[in-house]
Ligand binder design. Structure first.
Ligand SMILES: C[S@@+](CC[C@H](N)C(=O)[O-])C[C@H]1O[C@@H](n2cnc3c(N)ncnc32)[C@H](O)[C@@H]1O
Length: 509
């Protein structure tokens, strides 16, 4: 953090203190000195975590799981309501455009507030917001194609066109508000909508949520990593629930459902609490002094994290790799989005069950249906056929993609070290993904005389490089899951085949 950023952070933390934001919430808010120079310093402080989210919050003492560690009063939350209540013109214009979604309205309010510059009551907070984001909506065509997997490319294209149509719909409102031209461009819209998407927190009175100063410094940890007090993990509980509600036990005990609901609620470590009129944040785990304190924003796959937050995780227990499936595999009963390969390479409960049933002879399907839906193997032959189907389909998919795992690893290594080369002769770069690299240079208009590229790259190209890297990392992770699935299936085949042989031997002898 440079001196200017440090000064700006200090000013912000002092401003936040005056609003009653505190990391020592056990003390009465009123007794907490509003003359203190920082609202942090008792439990948390702002720090930098280059490998885990950049700016974030560090524990400055040991924290206990479930301990209340931050409280942000309602008066410090930025919402459409709070922004319009101080601005009559904004209020009446928004009211005339009631057809816009709540996120469109909050995005416009945010741009209107930015347009006020230093005269905005929120100016000090607005200066703390990132200047740009890497969410999918900001991906160029080149960066989108770099995802390689059709589903991911389609999702990105859909997200980009949704952002464009949202902006076009909001343009008449922004014209009415007479926003300065730079605050009503598509680029400005992308910034505002990414701010809303990546930083808002749920509040019960507005679907768009709220911007929560200081609370929005928490970086993300995926739910599913921590233990649920010795209970089985949520995914398996959820799977059970899906199974129960869809097929076999429609008369599920409602206490069972409540139990799962309760577990789901505990996925959120923060929430608006009406009785104290404040947003309250609880430690999701025990933290040692010096550790980054994280928050779970919800359960997301890596593509969803990219879409809403502009990052993804190397290890994400909620990651899913989808395979193209023939219609009759899922037509039976399972929702299509439950049929995937898990982050560890194992087929999901539903995919395994659907494949077992689909692989069984047509005449036996009715008879073995109950077994399959209960998650049981139908027979060793059936299981081997399922595993072989998975191996073959993973291979087909991997072969169809333009680059291999090894090539992606080399490319990422090259991207990371690019800055170390003073000048590149593009034609001489010995990389399997050389064509892609040339496209990156062309896309960013970086080629100069004699095909050479000058470093350091301009800042626009550096940002594009970051997004390209996110795409390559994403597709690499996808391929690694398929590779893990192949290994897993081969192990199962080997195990079942050896058992089958020893069984036959036992019968013969
Ligand atoms: C609510 S903000 C968290 C604070 C943010 N780092 C900041 O500087 O303001 C969410 C953003 O932080 C980043 N982020 C959060 N958790 C992350 C993680 N585990 N890995 C990488 N980036 C993360 C992403 O850019 C995301 O959009």
């Amino acid at each position: 953090m440079d001196a200017v950023e440090e000064e700006s952070l200090k000013t912000f933390l002092k401003w936040a203190t005056k609003l009653g934001i505190t990391d020592s919430p056990e003390h009465n808010l009123l007794s907490h000195s509003i003359h203190s120079s920082s609202c942090l310093g008792k439990s948390l402080y702002v720090s930098h975590f280059p490998e885990a989210g950049g700016r974030g919050l560090v524990a400055i003492r040991d924290l206990r799981k479930n301990e209340l560690i931050l409280k942000v009063p309602k008066s410090a939350l930025m919402t459409t309501e709070s922004l319009t209540s101080n601005d009559q013109k904004l209020d009446s214009c928004i009211a005339r455009h009631s057809h816009l979604s709540s996120t469109q309205k909050l995005s416009v309010c945010l741009l209107a507030e930015m347009g006020k510059g230093k005269s905005s009551w929120w100016h000090i907070y607005l200066m703390q917001l990132p200047r740009h984001y890497d969410t999918l909506a900001s991906f160029t065509k080149f960066e989108t194609q770099a995802l390689q997997v059709d589903d991911a490319i389609w999702t990105t294209e859909r997200v980009i066109s949704k952002a464009e149509s949202d902006w076009k719909e909001a343009c008449p409102l922004m014209r009415e508000l007479e926003l300065k031209p730079q605050f009503s461009t598509f680029k400005a819209w992308l910034w505002a909508s990414a701010t809303v998407s990546s930083r808002t927190m749920h509040v019960p009175w507005d679907d768009a949520g709220c911007l929560c100063p200081v609370g929005d410094f928490f970086n993300y940890a995926a739910p599913g990593e921590e233990s649920f007090d010795g209970e089985e993990d949520l995914e398996s509980r959820k799977r059970d629930t899906t199974l129960q509600s869809n097929f076999l036990w429609d008369d599920t005990d409602s206490s069972e459902k409540k139990d799962v609901e309760q577990l789901e609620r505990r996925l959120t470590d923060a929430g608006y609490e009406k009785d104290v009129d404040a947003y309250c944040f609880y430690a999701r785990d025990n933290y040692k002094k010096g550790e980054q304190v994280l928050l779970s924003y919800g359960t997301y796959t890596n593509l969803e994290l990219l879409e809403h937050y502009g990052f993804h995780l190397i290890v994400n227990p909620n990651e899913k790799a989808f395979l193209p499936l023939e219609a009759d595999i899922h037509s039976n009963s399972w929702p299509q989005d439950s049929l995937y390969i898990q982050w560890d390479g194992r087929p999901s409960f539903a995919l395994l069950s659907a494949l077992r049933l689909w692989t069984a002879p047509q005449s036996q399907r009715k008879f073995v249906g109950r077994l399959a839906y209960s998650g049981l193997q139908l027979s060793a032959e059936n299981e081997i056929a399922v595993m072989k189907w998975l191996v073959a389909n993973c291979h087909t998919l991997l072969d169809r993609l333009p680059s291999s795992v090894e090539e992606d690893v080399l490319l990422l290594d090259f991207i990371d070290n690019m800055h170390m080369y003073p000048i590149h002769e593009v034609g001489q770069i010995p990389l399997a993904c050389g064509d892609e690299l040339v496209s990156f240079f062309e896309d960013n208009k970086l080629q100069k005389k004699c095909n050479a590229v000058e470093f350091p790259l301009p800042s626009k190209a550096i940002r594009s490089l970051e997004r390209w890297k996110l795409s390559v990392q994403w597709r690499l992770r996808y391929k690694q899951i398929l590779v893990c699935c192949v290994s897993y299936c081969k192990e199962v085949i080997e195990f079942l085949s050896s058992q089958h042989i020893s069984c036959k031997k036992a019968i013969v002898t």
